[in-house]
Design a protein around this ligand. Structure first.
Ligand code: SF4
Length: 573
């Protein structure tokens, strides 16, 4: 653990583990955002380690170029961190694309490299491959740009895919031959093998050409034990600084109905606690900061023992989130001892009704008890995550949201007064963006005028309280994410137009909506073809429809049973 590399701009980063291979097959691993953002992504770091270890390969990282002040420079060709090699000079270009918001940068980076953006307009090499969460949920908005898209967890099959590509690179530049040779690989979706159809402005299906499977199965690891998943680099200049990121679990047993982690990433699996402690121990000579990464870290069966063990070894521990019903006095005490001065509460729904609609699994009493626990422990800054635009939401729910924030604030006031300084409550209000492979995948995106009226009401109520701030996203950001989450191949036209317009979405969005006839706010019909029907995520559609129906009745559902014993209800296990 002693090799240092350079990043654009010159600040150091520490490489943990083996140095990358020096093989001939050159892989450019791209993250469609700046180094500062990309290096805070554990998925990218893990894939970098996987690819760097493959025989005969050299893997180098590339990011969206930025100027000295960190502002993106999308017209500049990306060059690799390791050697400064330009993007266009790699044999295989792999994009890790976890977030829809970054898809625009993929188009910008490929354009800036002087490559044709559409796969059909490029020669066979360099071949463009993409993977990660967003791609695995619904690859269609990116499908026209890529030769291949990998669905699922990279460790499960990506090495096999890259080995096949390396062999093909040595023998052929015929796109047809390459397509045929790749068609049987697990988890690999080849867009050129499918024809998308629309009828009367609506997606009407995706037909496979002969020899291509009707559905491609998401790949996932049955057992995480042999796969330590942690930072490969400690970068000085990333969003999380030199924090050592340590994955504790994948999937989520809670299955909140808006969240993909409880459906498309399931079944829930956990890394063994003894190995997690050993991984962190090896990194502690270089950083004291450990970030625990999971959809719900507190659902790890040994969570408290893990955090206690890390603190005993001198680490400061930051979990990526903590469910309200996990905020016991013991857990909060150890988090405070490990340096946390602000924590997040995520009720999501402001009323009991909405919390049952999303199947949150806790009530107002538990939310206020958690607020008490935080206040008693000396936490004086809290972030509250709430959602708007949920199915079945009524005006009374907005009032309930304001009342909940006021009640949480009441719990903190005496502590702020005793401490002699005011703390702060930040309310982060997010509009529901329905995501594929969740029970809300058919739900409408609430019209923006209705959302704006609710936000105005909430803002008015909260303005009467001191030390409470309200953050919400703009409607263009929401509209774009909604289109890219549930869109078909027509969304690629929008991405290209936005890239040509210098990222000014507002300039191109109305024309694209008019040309496609897409109604952003219409619900999708249960049973009608969906752009992601060919992705076999594991959770079966009838289960999602049943959960959507229970949501409409305001009925919560039970989480995965402990140890997942005897349960087959969603179809994954
Ligand atoms: S089959 Fe049961 S235990 Fe397995 S992920 Fe689905 S709900 Fe959870």
């Amino acid at each position: 653990m002693n090799r240092r590399g350079a990043r654009p701009g010159g600040a150091a980063e520490r490489l943990l583990g083996a140095a990358p291979g020096e093989g001939h097959f050159a892989i450019g691993l791209c993250f469609p955002n700046t180094y500062r953002v990309g290096m805070a992504n554990l998925g990218l770091q893990v894939v970098a380690g996987l690819l760097a270890a493959l025989p005969g390969c050299r893997c180098e990282r590339l990011f969206l170029p930025a100027d000295g002040g960190g502002r993106p420079r999308p017209a500049v060709e990306p060059r690799s961190v390791e050697s400064g090699r330009p993007l266009s000079r790699f044999d295989l270009i792999c994009f890790s694309a976890p977030f829809e918001a970054d898809y625009l940068h993929i188009v910008e980076m490929v354009r800036a490299a002087g490559l044709a953006v559409r796969a059909a307009d490029r020669p066979a090499w360099p071949l463009l491959l993409a993977g990660s969460t967003g791609v695995s949920l619904n690859p269609e908005p990116l499908a026209p740009f890529f030769d291949a898209l990998f669905l699922g967890e990279a460790e499960a099959a990506l090495p096999e895919v890259v080995a096949r590509l390396r062999a093909l690179h040595a023998t052929t530049a015929d796109r047809e031959v390459i397509g045929r040779e790749l068609a049987d690989l697990p988890g690999l979706y080849l867009p050129a093998g499918y024809i998308g159809e629309t009828r009367a402005g609506r997606f009407a299906g995706l037909t496979p050409r002969p020899a291509f499977p009707a559905r491609v199965a998401r790949q996932w690891l049955r057992d995480l034990t042999p796969y330590p998943t942690h930072s490969r680099y400690l970068p000085a200049d990333s969003v999380f600084g030199d924090m050592f990121l340590l994955e504790t679990s994948r999937g989520c047993p809670r299955q909140c109905r808006f969240c993909t982690a409880g459906y498309a990433d399931n079944p829930p699996r956990h890394h063994p606690v003894a190995r997690l402690l050993a991984e962190a121990e090896a990194a502690l000579p270089f950083t004291r900061r450990v970030g625990l990464v999971a959809p719900s870290p507190g659902d790890h069966p040994d969570f408290l023992a893990l955090v206690e063990g890390l603190v005993a070894r001198g680490a400061t521990v930051s979990p990526s989130s903590i469910r309200i019903d996990h905020l016991t006095p013991e857990v909060v005490d150890v988090l405070v001892r490990s340096g946390n001065r602000s924590l997040t509460l995520a009720p999501e729904g402001g009323s009991e009704w909405l919390r049952r609609v999303v199947s949150k699994g806790f009530d107002e009493g538990q939310i206020l008890a958690a607020a008490d626990t935080l206040a008693n422990a000396g936490i004086d800054r809290v972030k509250l995550y709430l959602m708007v635009g949920l199915p079945g939401e009524r005006d009374a729910d907005v009032e309930a949201m304001a009342a909940l924030v006021a009640a949480v604030r009441e719990r903190f006031l005496p502590h702020w007064q005793r401490a002699g300084h005011a703390g702060a409550i930040t309310v982060s209000l997010n509009q529901l963006i329905p995501k594929p492979h969740t029970p809300f995948q058919w739900a409408p995106l609430e019209p923006f005028a209705q959302v704006a009226a609710k936000v105005a009401t909430l803002r008015g109520r909260l303005a009467r309280l001191g030390n409470v701030e309200l953050d919400c996203e703009g409607e263009t950001t929401v509209a774009v994410e909604a289109i890219l989450a549930r869109g078909d191949r027509r969304a690629a036209d929008l991405l290209e137009a936005a890239a040509a317009a210098g990222g000014r979405w507002r300039k191109v969005l109305p024309a694209w909506l008019a040309a496609t006839g897409i109604d952003l706010h219409a619900p999708l019909e249960v049973g009608a073809p969906l752009p992601w029907d060919h992705v076999e995520a594991g959770v079966v559609s009838p289960y999602l429809a049943r959960e959507a129906h229970r949501a409409s009745l305001g009925k919560a559902s039970s989480p995965c049973p402990p140890g997942l014993v005897g349960c087959h209800k969603c179809g994954v296990c």
